[in-house]
Design a protein around this ligand. Structure first.
Ligand code: NAP
Length: 219
């Protein structure tokens, strides 16, 4: 059974992508920092393995990914984990800037570097980067988040060229707002319930996963 690694798989879109890929017959490697939420997703899937890990920790990422390749036939990586802090640029705190860049950019790079060398020659292999429409255009009160997502877009487009001659499919997904716990600690969005559900977005992503660039605008 082929395995797919999903970061941030304990909630929101990552959780729904895990359920979607499990339904389609994949084994899932569920990555996140919170044991309870990951274990809850695992219960719903059964064919899954939980890795409690902070993707900002390069050494931990390398060690845990190395051991995963010994036990599982990994075919794909979905870089989904991400955080956002919003507000006027002048008021964004240092820990917020570092948190977003470390998680969204460096974490994505660490995971990709740890996984890509073991899969890029496999037929059907893939790396999918969950970005945001914030990776397509600037937005008011989202400057640092947008900057982090533009960085992931640049990484993705460059890797698409670098690995063009290999079987690995590298893709970028840019979606608008989703109704997920992402908005729980922010007043930036007044009513996230008007957004698409992560389940709806996960279905669209799975059905169009062959695209190099998938844009799912807000409703
Ligand atoms: N919600 C939206 O409107 C929206 C729109 C466009 C794009 N996105 C993007 O979609 C992706 C998924 O977000 P979501 O909306 O589903 O939000 P979410 O429910 O908050 O999911 C983010 C996940 O990332 C995990 N995570 C955060 N930091 C981590 C770290 N350092 N190491 C490992 N895991 C970490 C979190 O789990 P732990 O805290 O337990 O680690 C959480 O499960 C993000 O990249 C986000 O930027 C969201």
């Amino acid at each position: 059974m082929k395995s797919v690694i999903i970061t941030g798989a304990g909630s929101g879109l990552g959780r729904e992508l895990a359920l979607q890929y499990a339904n389609e017959g994949y084994h899932l490697i569920l990555v996140g920092r919170t044991t309870e939420t990951l274990e809850e997703v695992k219960k719903l899937i059964t064919n899954a393995h939980v890795i409690v890990m902070d993707i900002r920790n390069k050494q931990e990422v390398n060690e845990k990914m190395k051991s995963i390749f010994k036990d599982y036939e990994v075919i794909g990586l979905i870089n989904n984990a991400g955080i956002g802090y919003f507000g006027p640029f002048e008021q964004v705190k240092e820990y917020e800037i570092e948190g977003m860049l470390h998680t969204n950019v460096l974490g994505t790079m660490y995971m990709t570097q740890a996984v890509l060398p073991s899969i890029y020659e496999l037929e059907g292999s893939f790396v999918m980067n969950i970005i945001s429409t914030a990776g397509l255009r600037g937005k008011v009160h989202e400057a640092v988040y947008v900057a982090s997502k533009f960085a992931v877009r640049g990484l993705t487009e460059s890797l698409q060229k670098e690995y063009e001659a290999t079987p690995v499919h590298i893709s970028a997904v840019y979606m608008g707002g989703m109704n997920t716990p992402f908005w729980n600690r922010s007043h930036h969005v007044k009513d996230p319930s008007r957004f698409r559900s992560p389940k709806e977005v996960a279905k669209i992503i799975f059905s169009q996963r062959e695209k190099d660039c998938l844009v799912i605008e807000s409703k």
